[in-house]
Write a protein that binds this ligand. Sequence first.
Ligand SMILES: O=C(O)c1ccc(Nc2c(-c3ccccc3O)nc3ccccn23)cc1C(=O)O
Length: 468
Amino acid sequence: EDHQATFQEVMKEASPFNFLLTKVTGIPAEFNNKLSVHIKDILSVEMGELVESAQFNFMHDIPWLMEQYPAEHRSKPLLIVHGEERQGKVTLHEGAQNFPNITMCQAKLDMIYGTHHSKMMLLLYTNGLRVVIHTANLIEQDWYQKTQGVWISPLFPKLDKSQMSSDGITGDSITHFKKDLVEYLTMYKSFSLLRWKQHILQHDFTSAKVFLVASVPGRHTGESKNKWGHMKVRKVLGKQGPQASFVKNWSVAGQFSSVGSLGADQSKYLCGEWLQSMLSAKGVGTLYAAKDVTIKTLKLIFPSKENVRTSLEGYPAGASIPYNIQNARKQQYFHAFLHKWKADKRGRSRASPHIKTYALLSPDSKNAAWFMVTSANMSKAAWGTLEKNGNQLMIRSYEIGVMFLPEYFVDGGEQFSLVEDQSTEATPYFPIPWDVPLEPYTKADRPWVWDIPYTDKPDSHGNAWIPG
Ligand SMILES: O=C(O)c1ccc(Nc2c(-c3ccccc3O)nc3ccccn23)cc1C(=O)O
């Protein structure tokens, strides 16, 4: 349909998962009318009358961001939560100096090479509070021609005083989303976030059906070891995930836009640690021995050089896919698991992916036992790495995402259907961004690497790629 769907229509259609993609300039209108939003839609007065907001991100173009708020909201208090230091911090503050309503919060980055990667909006309205967890930087190019993911919470109404309790958390959901979000904010140890912690405590989060999966920098031990990163995933799946017997031969799909150094061979981190968490389930033994993992068990989706070259942006899309040749050379085994970016169903095969998503897929790829959208790429810095004989989880960056488990959306639900016309009441359709079945790299395909030149074939704008 070519009519411009109103935001209310989009949100109605998005229920109950509220998982949308950002609008893409240059694709047929129908693909921007279906489960798609622009930042101006998220910040629009249709969402509620804003009192104040907070914008957590890695990159903020403040003048551009202010333009995305409706005029009547541009004077409302805005907290910018960032990880900039030194010159980056100076530049950021310069962008904010003309806006008296802006307060800055610098997230402490105690672990070297860490980033403040979390992308989240906290929106306080006169009639409630909304949380938006997404994957796009607050810069124009991230909302122009890329595939980005957005989870928009239901409107959480204010608790009335009688429901408030002095200790503990009232108004939480069975997924403990509120408690986990409060704990995440507490880890910043920031006065300006104390205010937002209070706002959250005063609202009713019982309608939150997703699990929070977040990372905070540090060396986490004891109970805290399972609160963050891939160990949070291991805990949630082990206690509330699918039955192990049900997902015996299912595969983990990982889709991301950057890759860190994963180690000399797959059995150490990728399959020995990270995958073991993603394959966790209720009951015993879905864990595969790391050495037995094949492309059947682990399917990774990462843009190929051709994906970037033929994308709407051309090679410049690769400036947001910082996989360096030094790491690529060291982990050729990783490339055996790779699949192309393909999203014909959503009209986004040429909209370079900046979204990060993970799922557990049935052998025929027609169903998923869980789905996750997050800021976390495929890196130790983001997901954490076990140390001290597995007693400590070391994480370098702040990350945040949400996980969808079927039984929290449908009583007794065991799986989502990924094929719209094969969905049922018991197996609801989940709008994943990429096409299934996944398409493996051909022998000729290479993963996109951002710091080597490509002069053999011009991109969609007729240009070569010659990095700095
Ligand atoms: O989401 C993503 O895929 C993503 C991945 C990596 C990333 N880091 C990053 C950093 C950097 C700076 C400091 C310390 C570590 C770093 O990695 N420098 C650049 C420069 C260009 C693009 C990305 N850069 C940022 C994002 C993001 O868009 O948030």
